[in-house]
Each structure stands twice: as C-alpha cells, then as structure tokens.
Design a protein around this ligand. Structure first.
Ligand SMILES: [Zn+2]
Ligand SMILES: [Zn+2]
Length: 385
C-alpha cells in the first residue's frame, strides 16, 4: 500500500482529511478534488478555496497537475490523501511534444489531451466519462486515461466515452457540482445520474484492440513502428502523422494521398472527413473513432509495402511536405529515405488577387462556427441557471 508522505510540508495546518478519501489507482486529480469536497459536504470551489485561497484552481485544468505554478499544492494533496507525494507523478497529463512530464504552461492545450475549453470555472467542453462506470454512486470516479484523445471507449465496459449528460445534453462539469448532489456521478445542470449512454453504438473489436495497443505504448513508454522499437513520443508522433495522412486522403480521394490510403486498404468511398477542420484533439468521439480505426490499419502496414505503394504512385519525399511546418516523423524514415527527392522549385508570386475559398473550406468553417454557437448557447444557459 501507499506510504504516507514523509516530506515536510510548509502548510503545517494541512492534516489528513476527516473522512478519508484515498486517491484511487488511475484517478484524475479533478476527480479526487471533487470527490473529497463532496464527501466533506462542500462544493469543489469551497474545498479548493479553503486550502489554496491564493489560486483560482478551477480556472485551470487540474489534471495537468499544479507543479507548473506551485509545487506545494501536490504536497498538500499528498497529506490530505495520506499517500506519498510520488503517487501523483504518473497521474497527470503530459506534454508529448517534449518527451517529459513537466508541463510549463497553464493555458496551452496539450497534444493528445481532450480540451475542456475553460471560461472561468465553466468548461465549454464536457469532461469525458464512461456512463457504465457512473452507475454506482460510491464507486464512481473519473479516470485520467479518459482525458487522452486516443481513448474513445472504456477499457472495462467497452462503452464509448461521452462528454455530455445523457439526459439534458449539457457538458459534464464535475467541478460545478454542489454538496446536495453528493456524488461525482451527477450532472450539475439537471442533477440526474450520468449513467445514460447517448449513443447506442458499441465500439468495434478493432477499435478496442487499437486502444489497448496505444495504452501499451503509453504505459510502457515505447512502441513498435515499422518493425522497430521507438519511444512513446515517436510512436504517438507517427500515429498523428498517419491521422493527418488519412485526413488528407479523405479530403481528396482521387488525388495522391487518397489513392495512397486506398492502395493500402482503406475504403475511401464510404468514410467521411470530420465536419470541422479542427485539430484531432478537438474532434468529437465519433469522428476520432473513424480516424483511429483507419490509422490502426495503416500502423500494421510494413516498410516494404509502404515503399512499393509510394513508388507505384510516384510519391516523392516532397509529397509529404504538405505545409511549411510539416515534419515527417523520425519513425517513418525507413520509408521516406527510399523515396525520390525532387529539387524544389521556387514559384514567382503570380497575382495578389484573393482567391475564393473552396466549398470544403467554407463548409468546415461554417461547421466550426456552429460548434462555437452551440458552446456559447450552453454557456448562456449555464449563466442564467
Ligand atoms: Zn466503464
Ligand atoms: Zn444533465
């Protein structure tokens, strides 16, 4: 079992909680703070204000941890839970781009993390949860794993995760619960239990297999790409590259990458692109699911097959430079290095006329606007209630 925190704490008045609330294995910090508050008959806001009055904790994403602004907070939480402070080392969101668990910035969205889009204490996007895990009042808690965007279903129940309440469709916001609701498995808006699945669809076996593989790469801090063992960061970088490749392919099924992914076994005629052109982490679960299933398929393509199909389609190294900022992942270099490189040509600026946007770009921006309006509407409803 856990050891109690032996380290000295400056907040000498912080003592273990009256009603013991142990930090559960795999739990998120948001979940523990909310459970501890409700167990002591107060709101999450009152609880965090009592212990850390100098910070407005709920305006931040608590799952990032607090070490980027005050290391004392996690030492205090260790005392309150009765655990060793090391318990929390692997229980925070991480920065994949830096290959480290140090999060430097409070506000920057982290890659592979479901955003909450905070406006003060209010989240414009709900906290991901499994409706089946929410059935039992006393057992319910939120898992950190659900915050990662490759997680689209619950590993225990094989149920799709969701972010809105199944009764009133408002985004789930555990930090806004009040003491009367007593348990974390309640909706702050309609007070109902969050055990109602919004979609009747069950995840496919393929998706479930993919998620297990991604979890394995995350927990073991390494994975396999094109037959080579690579670091966790490189594995996820490759996965994102495949997702972007699929998005490009689906956008223009008759063009190069459309033909490439079709030749590698993806049926581009039946799949549709995400409605918005938002980055992967901002897409809803159903759209992420489609992309992840396709990416899982491409993850299993070996080096020889990649090279053969690219050469057949005259795909060069330059083809992968689809924007100025594109970086071809290191893990893909066995394929990339075998492709031709065409000397780059410089184009003269031909005209300064503003080109009209394509219908796809207009539709994507319209769908982004509709999404923003829906978030705004939910926020306004929340303000009035
Ligand atoms: Zn579950
Ligand atoms: Zn509700």
């Amino acid at each position: 079992m856990f050891k109690t925190n032996q380290g000295a704490t400056q907040n000498y008045w912080v003592k273990p909680l009256t009603f013991a609330t142990p930090f559960l294995y795999g739990e998120s910090l948001t979940s523990w703070l909310v459970r501890a508050a409700l167990k002591h008959g107060c709101s999450p806001l009152t609880f965090t204000y009592y212990y850390w009055p100098q910070y407005r904790i709920w305006t931040y994403d608590a799952d990032k941890g607090f070490n980027h602004f005050d290391e004392q907070i996690i030492s205090d939480i260790a005392v309150l839970t009765g655990h060793n402070v090391d318990t929390f080392d692997d229980q925070i969101l991480i920065d994949f781009s830096k290959d480290t668990s140090v999060v430097l910035d409070k506000k920057t969205p982290l890659q592979w993390t479901a955003p909450l889009s905070k406006r003060n204490r209010y989240s414009r996007l709900g906290y991901p949860y499994c409706p089946d895990c929410m059935e039992d009042d006393k057992e319910a808690y939120l898992k950190l794993q659900w915050r990662f965007t490759w997680s689209v279903c619950c590993a225990k129940h094989k149920t799709f995760l969701q972010v809105d309440c199944g009764h009133c469709n408002q985004p789930y916001q555990p930090q806004l619960l009040s003491p009367e609701q007593q348990f974390i498995n309640r909706c702050h808006a309609c007070y109902d239990k969050l055990d109602q699945a919004i979609s009747g669809i069950k995840p496919s076996e393929t998706l479930y297999e993919f998620q297990k593989l991604a979890d394995q790469a995350f927990f073991s801090k390494q994975g396999i790409v094109l037959g080579q063992v690579v670091s966790m960061c490189q594995w996820f970088e490759y996965l994102l590259f495949l997702i972007n490749l699929i998005r490009r392919g689906l956008k223009n099924p008759n063009y190069m990458f459309g033909k490439l992914i079709a030749a590698l076994g993806i049926d581009t005629t039946t799949l549709s692109l995400p409605k918005t052109a938002l980055r992967f982490d901002y897409l809803p679960v159903d759209e992420r699911t489609v992309l992840l299933e396709c990416a899982y398929h491409l993850l299993q393509v070996d080096t020889d097959n990649w090279i053969k199909v690219c050469l057949d389609l005259d795909i060069t190294q330059n083809s992968f430079q689809w924007s100025k900022s594109t970086i071809t992942p290191k893990a893909f270099s066995d394929v990339y290095d075998q492709l031709h490189r065409v000397p780059t040509r410089r184009y003269e600026v031909q005209s300064e006329d503003i080109k009209p946007a394509s219908p796809e770009v207009v539709m994507a921006s319209w769908n982004r606007l509709k999404r923003k309006m829906q978030m705004r509407e939910n926020y306004d409803k929340h303000k009035k209630s």
